[in-house]
Design a binder for this molecule. Structure first.
Ligand code: ZN
Ligand code: ZN
Ligand code: ZN
Length: 376
């Protein structure tokens, strides 16, 4: 269900307030999850400039190629009081952005540009506003996007349930004698069948491939005794992502150290989830996951941060990582995903998405976290 118009109007108003509070002249955003968040329109930025201008003073404007204008019909944009500024091929769209800035462009001193805006547009805007400093829009927008409202949390909840249903069926596809790629193709179809618009990522890391945390799939044939790391997710129709990892064992694990290490991993994941509460820093949650693994002598085998925020992007703020003193607040959603990786042998990871409630973390994934032993 698309968010109601009032939701976007409120977000746009908050973005406007945050822009002026930050002392910026304007926020400049090309198609991206930021734009989807503020205007409810999707799409990707390409060589023709589409740019939302949220000025510190005055009403927002959307500079848009004439051929993209019909695509706005039926979207929330037209009900939000956003001035539509069309341009046709041959015009200079960057000059149009400068012209809609409140201080007639040339006087603007500081703008924020979308974090993933293509360089061709960043530099085009710089040329049109040569005396204007640029900074990242996340300095303004992350504080808004991190705190999910009820509808966003409901969408993340639905995404979590959908990916749980895929993991629940893993034994149908993950079998000795099949390649990771064959397993991955079946999983991809199930991800869509269970309510996602696409399978955004599929990691099936069997045996030694599991030791590469961002392994994809390969032609390796799954063997008896393998551990298999399955990390999967995708967006629901609302655009909110699932992301869940479970580790499977094809019969009894080939390496005896797996049993103790996996118990350690489970304890670490539980400790990090238990550490989550409003007022706690992101880095203290990372430390809660890391310290039991470190104490057992496997600290150097946990080679990534504990987690990442999730929403309209798979990876967004807040990052659950050492050095991040961001204070967690209600409505923030992120992964808790410690892993242990033994090069050449095996890897294991447990990943759930959690949302911060007043009492602490609420998990959005509910599949059992024990090592899932599949029959061989
Ligand atoms: Zn990852
Ligand atoms: Zn994941
Ligand atoms: Zn993740």
């Amino acid at each position: 269900m698309p968010a109601p118009l009032e939701t976007f109007a409120a977000r746009l108003a908050r973005a406007h307030d945050a822009t002026s509070a930050a002392g910026l002249d304007a926020l400049l955003l090309t198609p991206s999850p930021d734009l989807r968040y503020l205007l409810g329109i999707g799409g990707e930025s390409h060589e023709r400039l589409t740019c939302l201008v949220v000025p510190a003073e005055g009403d927002p404007a959307l500079v848009v190629p004439a051929l993209e204008r019909p695509g706005l019909d039926g979207t929330p944009v037209l009900g939000l009081g956003v001035e539509i500024v069309e341009w046709t091929d041959g015009d200079d769209p960057y000059a149009l952005v400068a012209a809609v800035l409140p201080k007639s462009g040339s006087a603007a001193a500081q703008v924020a540009v979308g974090d993933a805006m293509p360089a061709v547009h960043v530099l085009g805007l710089r040329a049109a506003l040569p005396d204007c400093a640029q900074e990242l829009a996340s300095t303004v927008l992350a504080q808004l996007r991190m705190r999910k409202d009820r509808a966003e949390i409901a969408a993340l909840d639905a995404a979590g349930q959908a990916i749980d249903r895929v993991h629940a069926r893993m034994g149908e596809w993950l079998r000795v004698g099949r390649t990771e790629a064959q397993v991955g193709a079946d999983v991809a179809a199930a991800i869509v069948a269970e309510g996602h618009t696409m399978a955004a990522f599929i990691i099936v890391g069997s045996g030694p491939n599991g030791a590469s945390p961002h392994h994809d799939v390969s032609d390796r044939v799954v063997q008896p005794g393998d551990l298999v790391v399955v990390d999967i997710g995708g967006p629901t129709p609302e655009g909110y992502y699932s992301d869940c990892t479970r580790t499977y064992s094809m019969g009894e694990p080939a390496y005896p150290e797996v049993v103790n290490c996996y118990a350690l991993l489970q304890a670490a994941q539980q400790a990090a989830v238990a550490a989550v509460a409003p007022g706690i820093t992101a880095q203290s949650v990372d430390d809660a996951a890391r310290s039991p693994i470190r104490d057992a002598g496997y600290g150097h085998r946990f080679i990534h941060r504990t987690g990442h925020g999730i929403g309209l992007e798979v990876h967004e703020q807040p990052y659950i990582v050492a050095g991040n003193d961001l204070v967690l607040d209600q409505g923030m959603a992120f992964s808790i995903e410690p892993g242990i990786y033994i090069p050449g042998r095996w890897g294991a990871r447990i990943e759930d998405i959690v949302v911060v409630e007043d009492y602490g973390a609420r998990r959005l994934n509910h599949r059992p976290r024990e090592l899932a032993v599949l029959p061989v």
